[in-house]
Design a protein around this ligand. Structure first.
Ligand code: C5P
Length: 222
């Protein structure tokens, strides 16, 4: 049997970025590579947890020995998270989820025409997965969100921790080169529901991940 601070615990981690199709050949997405979520899944497994990794279009190879669920769209991610959360102790939502999706997905490739010098796309809101999870969350379940921002990082993260009813949020400045999206390094602020903050130095994503897993393990012991 596994040993470590998370032995006997089920951890669900989401990673990557959703793709929202417009037609059979095109989609809307973001720059998330999956690296941060994969590092968290690996750290959780090293801590002895049973880990399920829900990966949305990862740009890197998933870690071995971890149960992998592949999804593409936010709607698919929502369904997978809901199914996995039921018997989970911990959920870490590191995936970058599209806030909007095309209102309609064309069945055939959308063609340009000589007359159309511009085109507009109607988008509709995607469900907020963490908000939906907050309505079914039990007191003994720990939910961690991410906040990727280019500005007003901490203020935005503080709003999110409340509106999404999170235990912890990992605030991540994605405006700086070398950290955040697609990079191997990161610098984050861990923000707790009680207002406490811990800012890391610039360090590898695997180091950030193991700090996060330590924080979660400590929380569980309380
Ligand atoms: O509100 P915002 O998208 O910036 O919040 C980021 C956090 O919320 C991340 O943990 C992300 O995975 C999650 N999220 C979500 N459902 C969405 C959008 C984001 O659960 N539709």
């Amino acid at each position: 049997a596994a040993t470590g601070p998370l032995a006997g615990k089920k951890v669900v981690v989401t990673a990557g970025g959703t793709r929202e199709p417009l037609d059979p050949v095109r989609y809307l997405t973001n720059h998330s590579s999956g690296k941060m979520g994969f590092a968290i899944a690996t750290a959780a497994r090293q801590a002895g947890a049973e880990v399920t990794l829900i990966a949305a279009n990862p740009q890197i190879t998933p870690p071995e020995g971890i149960q992998l669920v592949k999804v593409e769209t936010a709607a698919e991610l929502l369904a997978a998270v809901k199914a996995q959360f039921k018997n989970a102790d911990i959920l870490v939502m590191a995936a970058a989820v599209a806030d909007y999706r095309p209102a309609e997905v064309a069945k055939k490739k959308i063609k340009k025409t000589a007359d159309n010098q511009t085109m507009s796309l109607e988008l509709v809101r995607n469900p907020d997965i963490l908000k939906e999870i907050s309505t079914i969350k039990q007191a003994n379940q720990i939910v961690v969100g991410f906040a990727a921002e280019t500005n007003d990082l901490i203020a935005n993260a503080e709003k999110k921790i409340k509106s999404k009813n999170l235990d912890l949020i990992v605030a991540n400045d994605v405006s700086q080169a070398g950290i955040g999206f697609n990079a191997d390094d990161n610098q984050v602020t861990f923000l707790f529901a009680d207002g406490r903050q811990i800012k890391t130095t610039i360090e590898s994503k695997s180091k950030v991940a193991s700090q996060l897993i330590d924080i979660i393990s400590n929380k569980l012991q309380k």
